[in-house]
Write a protein that binds this ligand. Structure first.
Ligand SMILES: [Zn+2]
Length: 760
């Protein structure tokens, strides 16, 4: 391939990047030459440079002929870059290209690439297919990163690490993203999907394996617990009637972009994890090695992988898995215990409360009173049962006192947890007695963090779908009061945000009580963590501090807001102060902006000053995520207008949109309609328009608003975001239905004195 007239596209250090969404099965070798490149610029492509010819201030750069590859993976980057490099034991040169003067910040990513590349070579029993790997940051990028063969492109935030400005969450995210892109060099680049229908094979596997390798590199991060957030996001989207199957019919390559979504990445990786958990690590890894060998430098489809797994495991993988990949949705398993027999019933879980006849083959693993006592079976029909009488007679003398107690009676005093460690992609609804047992187990600290997370997540989803009353969610939340595990607390905080939001629309007079209830739930962990990090503190504690303090600031906890404000001012005066370390800044920015209004606008000015002066993408991102959270519509309008200016990069609108305050939903919607033409022109081509649709529409909670939005888009149709629009509208109607149920329940709140009860 040949480029001649590209130099006039020069913008700062970013010149031109070539990538195509095209037919994935069309494979070829590529020979790329760039002409008229100014000599001071770095020119990169998939392969190493074969030769450079100088001609005055210009050069011609010829790259070696590529291996067989798909056109969508071809890339060229030309720009002003500094770089650092290292060589793996197998002689692969890895280089990280950063904006000039920032090469130090590429060290962490380089280290991760070195280690993950080495891991994948061993894990897949297949060498890295190219002589080099370049990783380069580009200033405008609608996605997070792109796995062009041998030349991965990243947003700056996903590649650069910076001691002063990278919070624990940034470091973990960077590791996952680098691992994901390097993994694509096997899943996607070496073995390419036959057609976009199999997109999930690329994305689901790269996501799953990025967690696998991160767990090996940093076991202390307990990253599989953090994977649960990916799963929750997949479950949430797949609980919509407007979801789609993992394997989706795509007729034109052009329409594929909307399917780079939570279903392909998150449900995809979750069902892979479910299968791996069921088949076991060894069989799984062996099968993947065989699959790589068989389809290297060729195309494969989903069935090809199932066939290899079936051959190695002897389990009919195709039969189990095709329901999960070809049918949208997933089941909720209702469980009850009667006469020492567990009875199961599966139904499709839909947040809208609708019914369907869909069924799945569900791999079920359950624990009874102890993780050493497990049962494993496939639920293949709508109903099933399991006799557990043997466990009632068990008296394990060597077990701990807790276990003996638990085994006495599963119905009242013991616990039975279905979907152990949340490895399966489904929800569970327990009968009352089983739920009581689980609550006791949470309070007694007998359950794994993943299981505690799962019980809360499932209960929240069942409440939202009006399958359980709101009061049962509150009484479960109360059980987590002493929680000190990061991932459980993080889910608890998100549930608190959702509960406060929905109550503010359903029963506004209860909001301040509910906020106080949430504050009380988090105070113990806040006190333990404090504002200042202990020396050698774990990443998980840093993550927890960031989220807990931010939540307290957001719910209006006076002492937290006061402390946050004090420390923020110390930071404004002296950017090197130790009073506001990186993991507490989100909380400080939240406290400041929640207190900012048109009459008292200093907070916004301070944050914008920081944004303009700080010179770190991580800090800029943190500010952008916060500044739309003011409850004041004049301030939020000003922030939204900032997106239309040159001050915010096109790609960075995602951060502002994700932070729009609940109070200013209507402001954002009016602004969106007023600026429609401009938004469409600027953001539709890169699919960033989906963020406007989701973040501005989904927070509404009434049928009237859903109708209004529908009317607007009926006269302003955009086919490329049609699916996102339908999903967002469904989310609005789900909440509208939930509010109606909560209002009916209102009387029982008073009767039960739910709030005063839980507040004591
Ligand atoms: Zn990917």
């Amino acid at each position: 391939m040949h480029f001649n007239r590209w130099t006039n596209l020069l913008i700062n250090n970013f010149l031109y990047m070539f990538g195509l969404v095209t037919i994935s099965s069309l494979q070829a070798t590529f020979k790329i030459t760039l002409e008229n490149v100014p000599i001071e610029l770095t020119a990169l492509s998939n392969m190493p440079i074969l030769e450079e010819k100088l001609d005055g201030h210009l050069k011609t750069v010829c790259f070696k002929e590529s291996v067989v590859m798909s056109t969508y993976l071809v890339a060229v980057v030309v720009g002003l870059y500094d770089h650092i490099k290292d060589i793996t034991d197998d002689g692969i040169m890895i280089q990280v290209y950063t904006p000039t003067g920032k090469s130090e910040k590429g060290k962490f990513a380089l280290n991760i690439a070195m280690k993950t590349l080495d891991f994948f070579e061993k894990y897949f029993s297949m060498p890295y297919p190219l002589p080099k790997l370049d990783m380069v940051s580009v200033p405008e990028f609608s996605g997070g990163a792109m796995e062009n063969y041998g030349l991965i492109t990243y947003r700056e935030t996903e590649l650069l690490q910076d001691e002063l400005h990278s919070a624990a969450a940034n470091v973990i995210r960077l590791t996952i993203v680098v691992a994901h892109e390097v993994a694509h060099h096997w899943f996607g680049n070496l073995v390419t999907m036959e057609w976009w229908t199999h997109l999930w094979l690329n994305e689901g596997f790269a996501t799953w394996v990025s967690y696998l390798v991160t767990d090996k590199l940093f076991p202390e991060w307990k990253i599989w617990n953090q994977f649960l957030r990916e799963m929750t996001s997949g479950l949430r989207m797949d609980g919509l009637e407007q979801s789609h199957p993992i394997e989706v019919e795509i007729h034109q390559a052009r329409s594929v972009l909307e399917f780079f979504d939570a279903i392909s990445y998150r449900k995809g990786s979750s069902v892979i994890r479910m299968l791996q958990d069921y088949l076991g690590d060894e069989i799984f890894q062996k099968s993947l090695g065989m699959y790589m060998k068989k389809y290297a430098f060729a195309n494969a489809k989903t069935e090809d992988l199932w066939n290899v797994l079936t051959e190695v495991s002897g389990v009919e993988v195709n039969t189990i898995m095709e329901i999960w990949t070809k049918q949208k949705g997933y089941p909720v398993i209702s469980v009850e215990l009667k006469d020492r027999v567990l009875k199961f019933e599966q139904n499709q879980f839909l947040s809208s409360g609708s019914c369907s006849d869909s069924q799945w083959i569900v791999p079920i693993i359950l624990s009874l009173g102890s993780y050493s006592k497990q049962k494993k079976f496939l639920l293949q029909t709508k109903n099933g049962q399991l006799d557990i009488a043997e466990f009632f007679h068990s008296s394990d003398i060597s077990s701990s006192g807790h276990e003996q107690h638990n085994q006495k009676d599963f119905g009242n005093n013991g616990w039975i947890k279905i979907n152990v460690h949340q490895a399966g992609f489904y929800r569970v609804k327990y009968d009352n007695n089983l739920m009581v047992g689980l609550k006791n187990a949470i309070e007694g600290n007998y359950l794994s963090a993943a299981d505690e997370y799962g019980i809360l997540d499932d209960t929240f989803a069942l409440c939202e779908a009006c399958e359980m009353p709101f009061s049962s969610l509150l009484s479960l939340m109360e059980v987590y009061r002493k929680e000190l595990d990061y991932i459980v607390l993080s889910r608890l905080i998100d549930v608190c945000y959702s509960a406060v939001n929905i109550i503010s629309d359903a029963i506004p007079e209860l909001v301040s009580d509910l906020k106080q209830f949430c504050i009380n739930l988090l105070l113990l962990s806040a006190e333990k963590l404090g504002w200042d990090a202990a020396s050698e503190e774990s990443q998980l504690n840093s993550l927890m501090r960031e989220e807990v303090l931010k939540a307290l600031a957001s719910f209006g906890h006076p002492q937290t807001r006061e402390e946050a404000t004090k420390r923020f001012h110390a930071f404004l005066d002296n950017r090197n102060t130790s009073l506001l370390p990186v993991n507490t800044r989100k909380a400080a920015y939240t406290a400041i902006i929640r207190n900012t209004s048109a009459d008292n606008r200093n907070g916004l000015d301070w944050l914008l000053k920081l944004y303009r002066e700080v010179g770190s993408v991580q800090e800029e991102t943190r500010v952008l995520c916060s500044i739309a959270s003011s409850p004041d519509s004049i301030i939020v309008t000003e922030v939204l207008n900032l997106m239309l200016s040159d001050e915010v990069r096109r790609q960075d609108i995602v951060y502002i949109l994700s932070g729009i305050s609940w109070e200013c939903r209507a402001t954002a919607w009016s602004w969106f309609k007023e600026n429609w033409e401009r938004i469409l022109k600027t953001w539709a081509p890169e699919m960033l328009l989906t963020h406007f649709v989701r973040d501005i529409i989904a927070p509404f909670t009434s049928h009237e608003m859903a109708d209004e939005v529908e009317e607007f888009f009926a006269t302003h149709p955009v086919p490329s975001v049609a699916m996102n629009l339908k999903q967002s509208l469904e989310l609005v109607r789900i909440k509208a239905r939930w509010i109606e149920h909560i209002k009916k329940e209102k009387e029982s709140f008073k009767e039960l004195k739910m709030f005063s009860l839980v507040l004591t």
